[in-house]
Write a protein of this length. Sequence first.
Length: 386
Amino acid sequence: MDPILEMLDDVLADVAPLTDGAIADYIPELASADPDQLAFAVVGPRGRVISTGDDRAEFTIQSISKPFVLALALRERGRETVLRTVGVEPSGEPFNAISLEDVTGRPANPLVNAGAIATTSLIEGDTEERTGAIVDILSAFAGRSLWIDESVYRSESETGHRNRALGHLLRSYDIIDGVVDDIVEAYFRQCSVLVTVRDLAVMAGTLAFGGVNPVTGHRVVSERIARDVVSIMASCGMYDSSGEWLLRVGLPAKSGVSGGLVAVAPSQFGVGAFSPRLDDHGNSVRAAAVVERLSEDFGMHLLEIHETISEPAISVERVDGGVTVRLGGELGFAGAERVLSVLKDAVRADVHVTVDARDVARLHPAAASLLRARLDVDPGSLTFLE
Ligand code: GLU
């Protein structure tokens, strides 16, 4: 049996007995979900998706759509326009709180409902065009065509008076313009897109790998946009328990009311998890437990010391009239600093130095410029191969 799948099955077995929490019941479609469902999936940099449990179960994406629609708004409208419309501060309040910044009326962040509705308003077009663009980007993140569950959408729309009220409040502050109903309907539709844990893992993976879908290999958003979205997930993704989540789990995440959860381990993997029973904050009890376990077992806490500070591979070879320095592995700031200190002894000002970084798996721009600027060689005597 696959050793990784074996590890995942162990986590599943450990988490399965948890029966705390209650299923969301504000619409009949969510209330009738089987509360015992449990599944999760991970995807690594080479695009292998591994899943366990009820991994074929489909459920609506709900609030997990918010960071991905934020990515679309950032792509279409740019960071400054988005920041004028919505803040990036954790609200410390429940997801549907009616709380807007005092004078400006700006919602606290794009991951509470008010901020998500404002973000959706930034996507151009009428309800249909907006919905089309949103379903397209969610599909690009997932690597397959996703669909809307029409009956969930109808129920969301029939019961969504509070979200409609938030929309009108935002309109009264001129935070959103256009027809409020069109915007709110597009928001209800984005919440009603059907996914599985495998889809969620690939969506999270696309953020983890800098905007490139690890399965399809397609770039969905720029590295900067992926970083912006993941930053906001880190501070605001888990409703009013985001601070405790960062402490205990340390992975940027976003949960939804149907019991789904995505978590991002930058450069390492994406996770999607699902189980319908929710805690008092609206986060799935067992999906959160799964991600907490994975973070612990795989040493993935964001603020933990990671391998980028390990010794870089350096070989120094003296050749006629100069020195060739071959670098390997992954080179970030700390690695570049180490390379410099090794080279200080090997390189004299009067020799030609060739730095061969072609085998470096990932050369961080900060490392490349540090090496160029600080190698004690006059520029004419330096050849930098990358
Ligand atoms: N459709 C839900 C709402 O906007 C989504 C909430 C959630 O997943 O937290 O009320």
